[in-house]
Design a protein. Structure first.
Length: 392
């Protein structure tokens, strides 16, 4: 009786490690629940108490304050939507990057002689990801910055669910205290944790880029065999969506209640789009010198090969008198065409392992979530018109 084929599991994980998963390992959980339930608990912790406490003090909705919690989209989007999405993004990103690590091993990019160096770099990455100390520092920074510099009023001059009497610190609600002391710090910790892990992944790619990789300039992926990295990095769109929602919601809140202008908001959103692409595609720039050198080498080698071949072809089929009928069906013609195609492929080779499709996918993930949020203050036709102008 044959055994069912089991899907191969990679030993690498970008997200399973550090403080959260160390705590989860101590809990009496099994299977996927070991990592899913603690993450779900954080998602509930940052939002549900806000709703309950606001309802208890009659600032969830209704006429008591001009801005109840139910109308504060900057908070609703950040904690009810963005935080769960940031947590749910872990599984998909982890799977795609794990596959990328396996492709380094299996696609021949890392030769056998370089494999020990590659595994050493991967081991350093794994140890850094599993270390608790960096995440404890991030946790301290997140809570320390919130507790020291927290201002639950955010400069609001109207009665609101956080501070029913603007400017009176004694009027801060229980929900306002929970926002400043728990919800905001945990949100910042989740974001800092993502940034830290992307930095560690970038450092790993930098070390790999310095190795003697077996890059083929004529590889059909147009990136000398590294095209799989661009595909893997499109998975980071899963964190760009909640980041975009948060940025857009906070921007709208700033314009509506904080004195911000549409021109200033436009500049902020442009800066966010640049940051989003730098965060997700920037790590791939470490391969630029290696790919540029591979492209130069390929152009030189194939130029030399092409020159030798075309000279022989010219002497055989053009200079020397012979029956032209022999030219029909000759493999020399196909070889000449193949050589030209190979040289064209090298000339068109990309210097970063990402296609235009990869870039567009990430850009849309950062831009499209802004539309429904911005539509609350700007007519949607004006937003689409501005986007068409940028694309045109």
């Amino acid at each position: 009786m044959t055994e069912p084929v089991r899907e191969k599991e990679s030993s690498f994980s970008l997200v399973q490690g550090g403080l959260i998963h160390r705590v989860a390992s101590l809990l009496p959980l099994v299977g996927s629940n070991r990592h899913a339930l603690p993450a779900l608990f954080i998602g509930i912790l940052v939002f549900l108490p806000l709703v309950v406490l606001a309802a208890l003090q009659d600032v969830l909705y209704g006429p008591r304050v001009a801005l109840p919690l139910s109308s504060d989209w900057s908070v609703l989007v950040r904690f009810a939507i963005a935080v769960p999405l940031l947590i749910l993004a872990e599984k998909g990103i982890d799977r795609r990057l794990s596959e990328a690590v396996d492709q380094f091993r299996e696609e021949g990019v890392v030769p056998a002689g370089v494999r020990p160096e590659f595994e050493s770099a991967l081991g350093r990455l794994t140890r850094s990801l599993n270390s608790v100390i960096p995440e404890l520092i991030l946790l301290a920074l997140a809570f320390g910055s919130s507790w020291v510099g927290s201002s639950v009023s955010y400069g609001l001059t109207i009665p609101n669910w956080r501070m029913p009497v603007p400017g009176d610190a004694s009027s801060v609600t229980m929900a306002g205290h929970w926002l400043g002391l728990v919800s905001l710090p945990l949100f910042r910790f989740i974001m800092l944790r993502w940034f830290w892990r992307i930095f560690l992944w970038s450092l790993f790619l930098y070390r790999v880029a310095r190795m003697k990789l077996a890059l083929i300039p004529t590889h059909p992926d147009g990136a000398a065999g590294l095209g799989f990295l661009g595909i893997a990095h499109t998975s980071f769109s899963a964190i760009l969506v909640p980041l975009a929602l948060t940025t857009g919601a906070r921007g709208v809140f700033w314009v509506q209640h904080g004195g911000g202008t549409l021109d200033a908001l436009r500049n902020v959103l442009i800066a966010f789009l640049v940051f989003a692409l730098a965060l997700t595609l920037g790590p791939l720039l470490v391969f630029l010198p290696k790919l540029a050198a591979t492209k130069r080498r390929g152009l030189n080698e194939y130029a030399t090969l092409g020159s030798e071949y075309t000279h022989r072809f010219d002497r055989k089929w053009v200079r020397e008198p012979m029956p032209k009928d022999d030219l029909l069906g000759s493999a020399d013609i196909q070889s000449l065409a193949d050589l030209g195609n190979s040289y064209a492929a090298i000339r068109n080779m990309k210097l970063i392992p990402a296609t235009a499709g990869n870039v567009i996918a990430l850009a849309l993930s950062a831009a499209l979530p802004l539309l429904p949020v911005l539509a609350t203050i700007v007519p949607i036709e004006k937003i689409l018109g501005a986007l068409l102008q940028l694309l045109g």
